[in-house]
Design a protein around this ligand. Structure first.
Ligand code: AVJ
Length: 322
């Protein structure tokens, strides 16, 4: 069997450099923060997979239902010859698209892009076995920086699923959507997954589950700093916080210091003090409404072609045309 091609735009040095820059910027700020992409080392990726199976975490199930119900229609509307998936991870839901697109006979190439080579490789080996004749081209890259490396070619469908666009704040979203639009030709498509605004009684537990898996996932970012920068964060000293910001319509995850702490981070030459109760913002996860999605797409130069939701109206998948 042919090993799927692996194109690397983000090597270990590159990753280490961006991690250091992010840690310096975030932990010396007045209001401390860390970007969510650092959750996803091997352990964090596994914890996220566990999250997707939690009773409280509805987005993955809802999006899977939408794709299961409508992938054939997505295939018909796009007639895609290449599927480019951003933040592909283990590509579990993507198989629904691959089935529909290969079934229709148009798809030639699958190009998953992710920061995690381990997730890409594991997925690619299985996909290569299950879709003989499909060309697989893995790209290890940061989707906010390496979009220009996506192969050109016509009849492309870019998929950005899972609601991950919600991790970007509005200004970053505008820039990112415009960047995607700029690598596409008129008539090519974007398939976008967005979690929808709903009662905090449903959203908050999805980010603060009973078993504490999300809390572990949140604290994992400190573990990443401990192992890659030699930091000495005491994970027990940080409480998991998930709160709904009704004005921004997003969930914020934070880590709250339970007592005063002084943490040393030799990898960046920093000593960081935490007051009791001080918080570090680790993620925003924005929730959307149809008019907002349509407007943001239009501002980036996309026309909304179709909008699907699951039966409970929890999550939406939009098909947009460049
Ligand atoms: C992978 C970014 C879509 O925001 O719901 C899950 C990550 N964070 N639980 C999300 C996450 C906490 C997830 N995304």
């Amino acid at each position: 069997m042919n090993a799927p091609a692996l194109e690397v735009h983000l090597d270990a040095d590159d990753l280490a450099r961006t991690l250091r820059a992010d840690v310096i910027a975030g932990l010396t700020a007045d209001r401390k923060w860390l970007p969510p992409k650092w959750f996803y080392d091997a352990r964090g990726s596994e914890l996220f997979e566990k999250i997707t199976e939690l009773r409280e975490y509805y987005p993955t199930r809802a999006e899977r239902q939408i794709l299961a119900d409508h992938a054939p229609e997505i295939a018909r509307r796009t007639r895609a010859r290449a599927l480019l998936e951003l933040g592909a991870g283990y590509s579990t839901k993507t198989r629904l698209l691959l089935d529909a697109l290969t079934g229709q006979g148009t798809l030639e190439k699958f190009v998953p892009m992710d920061v995690s080579p381990t997730a890409l490789e594991a997925a690619a080996v299985r996909i290569a076995a299950d879709y003989p004749g499909l060309r697989i081209h893995n790209i290890v890259g940061d989707m906010t920086r390496h979009l220009k490396h996506l192969p050109d070619g016509g009849d492309r469908l870019v998929a950005f699923l899972g609601g991950t666009i919600g991790n970007l704040i509005p200004a970053e979203r505008a820039e990112f959507l415009a960047d995607i639009r700029s690598v596409l030709e008129p008539g090519e498509h974007l398939l976008l997954g967005t979690d929808l605004v709903k009662s905090p009684r449903v959203v908050v537990p999805a980010y603060d589950d009973e078993d504490g898996v999300t809390a572990e996932f949140n604290r994992n970012v400190l573990r990443v700093l401990n192992s890659s920068l030699g930091a000495d964060f005491d994970l027990d000293g940080f409480a998991h916080v998930a709160l709904w910001d009704a004005d921004q319509e997003w969930i914020e995850m934070r880590l709250r210091a339970r007592w005063p702490m002084r943490v040393s981070i030799p990898g960046v030459g920093l000593t960081v003090d935490f007051a009791a109760g001080e918080e570090v913002r680790t993620e925003v996860s924005a929730k959307f409404r149809r008019d907002g999605v349509e407007r943001e797409l239009a501002e980036a130069g996309f026309a909304l072609d179709h909008w699907w939701t699951d039966r409970d109206g929890l999550f939406a998948v939009s098909l947009a045309r460049a």
